[in-house]
Design a protein around this ligand. Structure first.
Ligand SMILES: C[S@@+](CC[C@H](N)C(=O)[O-])C[C@H]1O[C@@H](n2cnc3c(N)ncnc32)[C@H](O)[C@@H]1O
Length: 202
């Protein structure tokens, strides 16, 4: 199944499935992710718009997603929040934006969905559309080093792959240099399983 097909079926129930994680786990880290973010902002893989409540009020945000079904959910959230974010269907590997367009690029739980061979093209495109003095911030899952937690994650992995097309071991940071980026910060925001990567063009 392609990623686009995966997100046809899950779109109407995505928020419901994620609800326990959203309230306890994701909301505080989304807030941290958006600290200091301003200007022109790209939310790549915007999904149902879970980042929207944390967009800076004066920011000019564009959300893109491969899935029209996820974008339909995002449009509902946008309307309920009364914000002006632009939403467009685009593939993060090849967007329509001019080079150096965005001050900030954020992508939350997108690269854990992108297949291994799409990691570098995805990062290269984010670097292309980011201003030379701009910043890219990613939130990604990684397997815990704790044996018990890792075991539980391994039990969850087939479900996560089936429902979201995602895995916990994409190792996105390995592609950073090849994409012409440098890693300026890497830190865990939830236990040792959700990581913030801050990248800047080299
Ligand atoms: C796990 S969801 C995360 C959604 C949202 N960022 C969040 O934090 O809740 C991953 C999203 O990435 C989108 N996606 C997958 N492959 C993509 C691609 N190549 N280009 C753009 N979006 C993509 C999916 O349609 C889905 O909405």
């Amino acid at each position: 199944m392609t990623k686009k097909q995966t997100y046809v079926h899950i779109a109407p129930i995505y928020d419901l499935l994620d609800l326990p994680f959203e309230s306890g786990r994701y909301r505080p880290i989304r807030r941290i992710l958006f600290e200091g973010v301003h200007g022109t902002i790209l939310d790549a893989g915007v999904g149902t718009g879970r980042n929207m409540p944390f967009y800076p009020p004066n920011g000019e945000v564009v959300g893109i997603d491969l899935s029209p079904h996820m974008l339909a959910q995002a449009r509902k959230r946008k309307a309920s929040l009364g914000i002006t974010t632009e939403l467009r269907q685009m593939d993060v590997r090849a967007t329509d934006f001019p080079a150096g367009h965005f001050d900030y690029v954020v992508a939350t739980f997108l690269f854990c969905v992108l297949d291994d061979e799409d990691q570098l093209p995805g990062l290269c495109e984010l670097r292309r559309v980011c201003k030379p003095d701009g910043e890219i911030r990613l939130l990604e899952y990684t397997y815990s080093r704790d044996p018990t937690r890792r075991f539980v994650m391994r039990l969850w992995a087939p479900w996560v792959r089936l429902m979201y097309g995602a895995t916990f071991d994409r190792h996105t940071e390995r592609y950073v240099q090849a994409a012409g980026l440098r890693l300026v910060e890497e830190r865990f925001l939830f236990k040792d399983i959700i990581k913030l990567l801050v990248l800047r063009p080299q």
